[in-house]
Design a protein around this ligand. Structure first.
Ligand code: IDP
Ligand code: MG
Length: 151
């Protein structure tokens, strides 16, 4: 099943919104397969955001991600990438719809609370950057047939 990497960014953790963010993904039906509280190193942040290297916001983005601990979560489910990005909302919270995490809790693009992978390929790459194989657990929930048709 499709997987995505979620990062509860430093602002969300500092603001005590970790539980609220996780709650929304759980309620959506996405299944947690890995989760940890960690301090991201500058090296890992630069690797994770390598695609943005050279952009005017890159240094500020790396400073932001390493500024305080984060919670990283590997989620799986049908269309996990699209589903999670829908729950997260538009990159700029000013443009994110009400009912999305960024739309409900954010105001500025540089403090947008959550990361979600943008493609199935990047989801797998990003999860491998943050988790070892041993930290990822394949499991089933008794509710899965009520969320995933035919399972
Ligand atoms: P995404 O997180 O919605 O996928 P991306 O375009 O991949 O958005 O940008 C990665 C992250 O870089 C954003 O979530 C945000 O934290 C930051 N970012 C993007 N554009 C800007 C900007 O113009 N100013 C400040 N930070 C930005
Ligand atoms: Mg992105």
């Amino acid at each position: 099943m499709e997987r995505t990497l979620i990062i509860v960014k430093p602002d969300a953790v500092q603001r005590g919104l970790t539980g609220e963010v996780i709650r929304r993904f759980e309620a959506r039906g996405l299944r947690i397969v890995g989760m940890k509280f960690m301090q991201v190193s500058r090296e890992l942040a630069e690797k994770h955001y390598a695609v943005h290297q050279g952009k005017p916001f890159f240094n500020g983005l790396v400073d932001y991600i390493v500024s305080s601990p984060v919670v990283v979560i590997a989620l799986e489910g049908t269309n996990a990438i699209e589903a999670a990005r829908g729950t997260i909302g538009a990159t700029n919270p000013a443009k994110a719809g009400a009912g999305t995490i960024r739309g409900d809790f954010g105001l500025e693009i540089g403090r947008n609370l959550v990361h979600g992978s943008d493609s199935p390929e990047n989801g797998l790459i990003e999860i491998a950057n943050f988790f070892t194989e041993a930290e990822l657990i394949s499991w089933g929930r008794v509710t899965d047939p009520w969320i995933f048709e035919g399972r």
